[in-house]
Design a protein around this ligand. Structure first.
Ligand code: SF4
Ligand code: SF4
Length: 374
C-alpha cells in the first residue's frame, strides 16, 4: 500500500475534480453505474483512495479506465460530489503521470499554457511543412530567417519525443497494472481471449451501451444513432479510418486521387463518421444536455474542435482535388488541415487523446485477469 497524502485531494482539483471530499461513502454511485462488477468497485473505491492520497493504487487501477464518463453516478450522488467528473480528473492525472516529459501536467493544469503550447506547435509544424516544399516562395523566405536544416530537425525531434512518450507511457502503465495483483473469483483468461474481448469492446462498445439505460435516462427513448456510445464509436472509428486512409494515400500517391480508389472511399466514409460524431459531441456539450456534458474543460473543447476542423477541411480538399479547383484558398485550407492533423497526432501522448491507447491496455489486463467474466 502506498503512503497516505492528504494534499492529494487539492492536487486532483487542478485536474478537474470537484468537491469529492463531500462524499460520505454511501455507495450510490457504484450501485447506479452499469459498468461496475463485484471485482470492479468504482467510483466509490477510487474516491476513498483519492481522499487518502493513495496515488500508487490509483495509477495501478484497471477500473479507472472502465468508466466511459456517462455521468449517471453524478446525477444520483446525494452529496453533489461529482463522481463522474472525479473519474475523468483521475484519468487526466494518470495520463500526466505515465507521460515522462511533464508537459501533460503543465497543459492539463493551465489553460494559458495549453493555448500557448498549441499555438507554438502550430507555427513549428507550419514551418516544418515548408521544409517538405523547399521551392515554395514562402519556404524560400522562411529559410532566410531560419535555416532549412534547423526547422527540419526540430520537426523530427518533436515527432520522436511524441513516439518515445507513447512507448514510455504504455510501458509505465503496464508495469503498474501487472504489479497490481487483483484477486478474482473467475478463472483467468489467456492472452488471445483477452485480446478478443478488447477488440470486441472496441468494435461494439457493448459496455458503453450499458450506461444510461435507466427508465428516467435522457437517452432511454433516443435512437441509437444519437446516443453517447455511438457518438464515441463514430469519432473513434472515424479517426482510425482516416489515419489508415492517409497512410494508404501516402503509399499509393497518384491512384489515390481517383475518387473510386479504395483509400479515398475509406477516407470519405471515415470522414463522415468523424464529422458526424464530433458535431454531436460539440452540440451536446454546448447545450449541456446531461450532467456528463455540463463541465467541459478547455483541453476537451480543443480536442473536439481540432477533430471537427480536420474532418471538415478534409472534405473541402477532397472536393477541390476531385474537381481540380485551383485557388489560393485551397492552399490555406491544406495548410490548416495538415497542421491540425499533425497536432492531433503529436498531442496523442499529451492530451485526453492518450485514453485511446491506455483504455484498451487496461481493458486487456482486466479481461486477462478474469475480471468482467460473467
Ligand atoms: S460520490 Fe456520492 S454517491 Fe458516491 S459514495 Fe460518495 S456520496 Fe455516495
Ligand atoms: S461516469 Fe458512468 S461509467 Fe463512469 S463511474 Fe459514473 S456511472 Fe460509471
Amino acid at each position: 500500500m502506498s503512503r497516505i497524502d492528504p494534499g492529494f485531494a487539492s492536487e486532483l482539483k487542478k485536474y478537474g475534480a470537484r468537491d469529492f471530499s463531500a462524499c460520505f461513502n454511501c455507495g450510490n454511485c457504484t450501485a447506479v453505474c452499469g459498468l461496475t462488477e463485484k471485482d470492479a468497485n468504482f467510483p466509490r473505491m477510487l474516491i476513498r483512495q483519492g481522499m487518502l492520497g493513495q496515488k500508487e493504487e490509483i495509477l495501478a487501477s484497471r477500473e479507472l479506465w472502465l468508466c466511459y464518463a456517462c455521468g449517471d453516478c453524478s446525477e444520483t450522488c446525494p452529496r453533489q460530489a461529482g463522481p463522474g467528473d472525479y473519474m475523468a480528473a483521475l484519468r487526466r492525472y494518470a495520463i500526466s503521470s505515465y507521460e515522462p516529459t511533464g508537459l501533460t501536467k503543465l497543459i492539463f493544469k493551465s489553460n494559458p499554457l495549453f493555448i500557448l503550447f498549441t499555438l507554438l506547435l502550430s507555427v513549428l509544424l507550419g514551418f516544418f511543412l515548408f521544409t517538405l516544399k523547399p521551392d515554395h516562395e514562402v519556404a524560400r523566405w522562411l529559410f532566410t530567417i531560419l535555416p532549412y536544416d534547423v526547422i527540419h530537425n526540430m520537426g523530427l525531434v518533436i515527432f520522436s519525443i511524441t513516439g518515445i512518450s507513447v512507448i514510455w507511457g504504455l510501458a509505465t502503465m503496464t508495469l503498474r497494472l501487472t504489479r497490481n495483483k487483483v484477486k478474482t473469483e473467475g478463472s483467468k483468461n489467456n492472452i488471445w481471449k483477452a485480446l478478443t474481448e478488447v477488440v470486441n469492446e472496441m468494435a461494439t462498445m457493448n459496455r458503453y451501451k450499458t450506461c444510461d439505460i435507466e427508465e428516467d435516462s435522457y437517452w432511454k427513448e433516443k435512437p441509437a444513432a444519437v446516443q453517447p456510445w455511438f457518438v464515441h464509436w463514430s469519432i473513434m472509428w472515424g479517426f482510425i479510418g482516416l489515419l489508415v486512409a492517409t497512410v494508404l494515400d501516402f503509399m499509393l500517391k497518384d491512384p489515390a486521387t481517383a475518387i473510386w480508389w479504395p483509400s479515398r472511399i475509406l477516407g470519405t466514409i471515415a470522414g463522415l463518421f468523424l464529422v458526424y460524431g464530433t458535431s454531436l459531441a460539440i452540440n451536446y456539450r454546448m447545450k449541456k444536455v446531461t450532467k456528463a456534458y455540463s463541465e467541459t474543460r478547455l483541453a476537451d473543447w480543443m480536442f473536439l474542435w481540432f477533430l471537427w476542423i480536420a474532418g471538415i477541411t478534409g472534405f473541402w480538399l477532397e472536393v477541390s482535388v476531385t474537381f481540380s479547383f485551383d485557388h489560393l484558398l485551397n492552399h490555406l485550407v491544406l495548410l490548416v488541415h495538415t497542421i491540425i492533423s499533425m497536432e492531433l497526432v503529436l498531442l496523442f501522448a499529451f492530451s485526453k487523446f492518450a485514453h485511446a491507447f491506455y483504455r484498451p491496455l487496461a481493458l486487456f489486463f482486466y479481461f486477462k485477469n478474469g475480471q468482467g467474466n460473467k
